[in-house]
Design a protein around this ligand. Structure first.
Ligand code: UTP
Length: 207
């Protein structure tokens, strides 16, 4: 089975749940300590063996492209002050992976955003990481999912158990157990934002 080396990060959503900040600052650029959220996604993908990443953006999200560019001026200023470690840190960000950007010209939903990556992925298997869902784990979740893909040869989604109140805001997966596995299931159906009573299980899709 072919190695997975490509990932798509759809990040062209409006982020209405993060207003008012998100109309001026892309929510993927909101900091977690001193790094923007999207950095952690790229880092996770790279740790999982991904070398080529396509970030789907829109006309208001150039800050993401700037962040992953080489910051020549800052690099020079830090080097002049002898802050070589900090200059290297900026260079390392620019060299993390081959990062490509493509604009989704109209906000037509997540599926449409992923569809924009068709020519980037061609016939290859690929990973998708939502631009706004960060999961910290000793073994990167992206790597865990790639392992499942190689084990079963099928598309894989990450899930997490959520409360009955939360499930209405997310999705619910219809699953059947896989013999010999404690945390992998076959998924037979799913429902997005189920009304009370419509849910299949407490398992919801992660980003
Ligand atoms: P969400 O459903 O979280 O939408 O998208 P959103 O616009 O980011 O946030 P809210 O609901 O308005 O607060 C899931 C993922 O799909 C991307 C988002 O950027 C996010 O990573 N997305 C969504 C796109 O790339 N394009 C779209 O048209 C919609």
């Amino acid at each position: 089975m072919k190695k997975i080396t490509k990932a798509i990060i759809p990040a062209a959503g409006l982020g209405t749940r993060m207003l008012p900040i998100s109309h001026a600052v892309p929510k993927e650029m909101l900091p977690i300590v001193d790094m923007p959220a999207v950095f952690y996604l790229v880092e996770e993908a790279v740790k999982a063996g991904i070398t080529d990443i396509l970030i789907i953006t829109n006309r208001d999200k150039d800050a993401m492209e700037d962040f992953f560019d080489l910051s020549v001026e800052y690099g020079e200023a830090l080097t002049a002050k002898g802050k070589l470690d900090e200059a290297k840190r900026l260079r390392d960000i620019a060299n993390m992976a081959n990062i490509f950007f493509l604009r989704q010209k109209e906000t037509k939903g997540l599926g449409h955003a992923v569809g924009r990556a068709r020519s980037f992925v061609g016939d290859e298997p690929f990973a998708v990481l939502y631009g706004d869902d960060i999961i910290f784990s000793e073994k990167p979740v992206c790597r865990q999912m790639i392992e499942q893909y190689h084990a079963y040869g099928r598309p894989v989604v990450g899930v997490k158990p959520v409360t009955p109140e939360q499930i209405q805001k997310y999705s619910s997966m219809k699953v059947s157990p896989i013999e010999g596995s404690q945390n992998a299931y076959f998924c037979d159906d799913m429902i997005e934002k189920p009304k009370p009573g419509e849910e299949f299980s407490n398992l919801s899709i992660l980003g």
